[in-house]
Design a protein around this ligand. Structure first.
Ligand code: HEC
Ligand code: HEC
Length: 220
């Protein structure tokens, strides 16, 4: 019996280290190594939510719930699209372009980040909305002046309108996952303390948050 177990163990070790699966293991490692040695010099991948003013870059703690993998893979290779139009930490010296990754590293990083899930986010609850829900969401979005801090697609010469102090919402529909956006909108302070200043008091009913989210997912 012991001999049999040792044999199985031997086969597993061989397959993973020198056998046919070794490239797979290396690729996984590449993602983890890159994130831990490069990305964490600016981004946090664990810990409790803290306010933007104490960070160099947005948190990746819940990256697996937040970003659509295809967008992430493309953006990491070609991060031209500015997500924070005035720079993330308002520090003039740090308005440099984001580092770009070669394709194989980007693929490995996206795979590794996909494992970063936050149990507070329920997956599969958001469905594309009906046109009434989208209209209702649009009205609420305007009433609560979300545009004041977030670039929002519009029929203007530039193609958008709004304040630039926070995240750009251009391409929202292909950038972020709807379930994450919905959960963020329910209580922004759960993710970025002090970002919930706009939340009406008392808080909007969940059905209104749902409508706003459905509308936002039509951007881009
Ligand atoms: C020198 C600091 C720095 C390093 C290193 C860095 N980033 Fe960033 N990252 C930033 C800043 C600043 C932003 C905001 C960019 C913007 O405004 O467009 C950002 C934005 C992002 C975003 C979008 C965040 C969001 O929620 O809008 C992702 C995803 C991301 N980085 C992933 C990575 C990955 C993966 C790595 C490692 C390969 C990495 N970053 C390395 C500073 C950094
Ligand atoms: C007073 C400015 C302000 C207003 C108005 C505002 N927000 Fe924000 N929003 C923020 C801040 C601050 C953040 C956190 C990101 C950051 O650090 O800039 C944020 C982040 C977000 C994010 C996460 C974006 C990402 O890529 O991480 C969503 C979603 C969001 N807001 C939705 C809304 C909605 C919906 C409204 C209108 C009901 C709204 N916001 C109005 C300041 C604002």
């Amino acid at each position: 019996m012991l001999k049999f177990k040792l044999l199985i163990l031997g086969i597993v070790v061989w397959t993973l280290s020198i056998g046919p699966l070794k490239n797979l293991v290396r690729a996984d490692n590449l993602g983890e190594r890159t994130v831990k040695s490069v990305c964490t010099t600016c981004h946090r991948i664990e810990g409790n939510p803290i306010s933007r003013k104490n960070k160099k870059a947005p948190d990746l703690i819940w990256a697996g719930n937040k970003y659509q993998p295809q967008w992430l893979e493309e953006w990491l290779q070609n991060p031209k699209q500015r997500l924070y139009p005035v720079g993330y930490d308002f520090h003039p010296k740090r308005k440099l372009p984001h580092l770009a990754l070669p394709a194989d590293t980007a693929t490995a990083v996206v795979k590794y980040l996909a494992l970063m899930k936050d149990p507070r986010i329920q997956e599969g609850i958001m469905k594309p909305g009906t046109s009434e829900q989208i209209q209702k969401g649009k009205k609420l979005y305007q009433e609560h002046a979300c545009t004041n801090c977030h670039w929002t697609p519009a029929n203007t010469r530039r193609g958008y309108t709004g304040g630039k102090s926070s995240t750009s919402f251009l391409e929202m529909g292909t950038r972020l996952k709807a379930d994450w956006v919905y959960r963020f909108n329910l209580n922004p302070n759960d993710f970025v303390p002090e970002s919930g200043a706009y939340i009406p008091k008392p808080p909007l009913p969940d059905s209104d948050i749902h409508a706003i989210t459905v509308y936002m997912m039509t951007f881009g």
